[in-house]
Design a protein around this ligand. Structure first.
Ligand code: PLP
Length: 397
């Protein structure tokens, strides 16, 4: 039987228009976002305006990474040292890292079998711990019932911050992911939905939060050169009260992102075509459990998660992952005790102190496998991949 040979980490090329513009900027030497001449608007400011319009919000800050946006979001929202911040126990390491960096302490919430926060556990923590912040991570693009989440946040007076690293382009009941909380953070790192190597956005409808975020990002007193910022009166006091945590986006990255933004909607559909092909292929394998996708969720299927119920021990899961890899199919196991590559289980974030016992999360992750679906694949590739997964599962002893 054939092996699969395409790399799971290969992204599509940057559109030619973006490359041309980036070269122009390099020829001009004006890479820094504030390096403009009279009457000129920097690429980074244009990108902020365009992303704000795309999302339908008034304010957007382009910054150095998604993790940086999460950090600044907490600072701009007024997090005090030592304060607890609710967040999903299943997320990527930059999320608890950003909370730690902002001086907060993550308060981990259980997930359900669809990889979303468990709303019952969430409410019980809101009651018992009275936290002021919830950084919800839409991990792997799974959106929780966002109406229920926002209702709980309102009831317990919790500020909601959305980590939309995997949901750029997604929506819940017709409302864009990133417009439910007080602040949303996006990543433009290579493996996300638009690619500038590193980069991120912070968006909000709150003028004061945005003024603080802009000052934090390292705007010096040049905040008027931002593309989707509040008017200068909003900065009057804030500019003197807000430390500079230098983390701006440069014009080169902005140029290549501007060229990708118009393609995002179509690309989301292309991801979903791959996702549906993978879902159909994996559904045919009896022992595989897939998550349910609620009808109110419009997801962007840039990755798929599945649980083979026939793999019941860590050794069996590890062996299966290794055999798939030998045949060119790269799966990630989020349940591994030992963090590998981009994955890490919550109890390996040792800097948090003693890890809470979250039996549901551990149970779900124990055999959760994750597969990237890059746009350099087509549906024929997905068929080959699913056949390999099926045959290797049959080989499990
Ligand atoms: C990638 C990612 C981030 C952080 O993005 P960076 O731009 O890499 O800092 C945050 N949350 C999740 C879930 C991610 O996958």
């Amino acid at each position: 039987m054939e092996n699969f040979t395409k790399p799971f980490t290969r992204q599509e090329a940057i559109p030619e228009a973006g490359i041309d513009r980036a070269v122009e900027i390099m020829r001009s030497g004006k890479l820094h976002r504030y390096n403009t001449e009279a009457g000129e608007t920097a690429e980074a400011a244009l990108l902020e305006k365009e992303f704000a319009e795309y999302l339908g919000v008034p304010y957007c800050l382009a910054c150095a990474s998604g993790g940086y946006a999460l950090h600044v979001a907490l600072k701009a929202a007024g997090l005090q040292p030592g304060e607890k911040v609710l967040t999903n126990a299943f997320t990527l390491a930059p999320v608890p890292g950003a909370i730690n960096n902002a001086g907060g302490v993550p308060l981990l919430v259980e997930i359900d079998r669809n990889y979303c926060v468990d709303l019952v556990h969430l409410e019980s923590l809101m009651q018992s711990e009275a936290p002021r912040y919830f950084m919800i991570s839409h991990m792997r693009g799974h959106l929780a019932d966002m109406e229920a989440v926002t209702t709980l946040c309102e009831q317990y007076k919790v500020v909601l911050i959305e980590d939309c690293a995997h949901t750029m382009g997604a929506s819940w009941n017709g409302k864009a992911s990133g417009t439910f909380g007080s602040i949303a953070c996006f990543s433009t790192q290579t493996y996300k939905h638009i690619n500038s190597g590193e980069g991120g956005f912070l968006t909000t409808t709150d003028a004061e939060i945005m003024a603080r975020a802009i000052m934090h990002s390292g705007s010096y007193m040049l905040y008027e050169r931002h593309g989707a910022a509040p008017d200068k009166d909003t900065f009057k006091d804030i500019r003197l009260d807000t430390p500079n945590y230098s983390g701006r986006m440069d014009n080169l990255r902005a140029a290549i992102l501007r060229a990708q933004l118009p393609l995002l909607k179509d690309n989301c559909e292309r991801w979903n075509e791959l996702y549906r092909a993978a879902e159909t292929g994996l559904q045919k394998i009896n022992s595989i459990e897939l998550s349910e996708r609620p009808s109110l969720e419009y997801y962007v299927g840039s990755s798929i998660q599945f649980r083979p119920s026939s793999l019941t021990t860590p050794a069996q899961v590890q062996d299966f992952v290794t055999r798939c890899m030998k045949r060119g199919v790269e799966l990630k196991w989020f349940g591994s005790e030992d963090p590998q590559g981009f994955t890490s289980r919550y109890d390996s974030w040792r800097y948090l102190g003693e890890a809470p016992t979250l039996p549901n999360t551990l149970d779900v992750l124990s055999n959760t496998l994750d597969m990237r679906l890059p746009l350099t694949f087509d549906t024929a590739d997905i068929k080959v991949i699913c056949d390999i997964i099926a045959s290797e599962l049959l080989n499990t002893d």
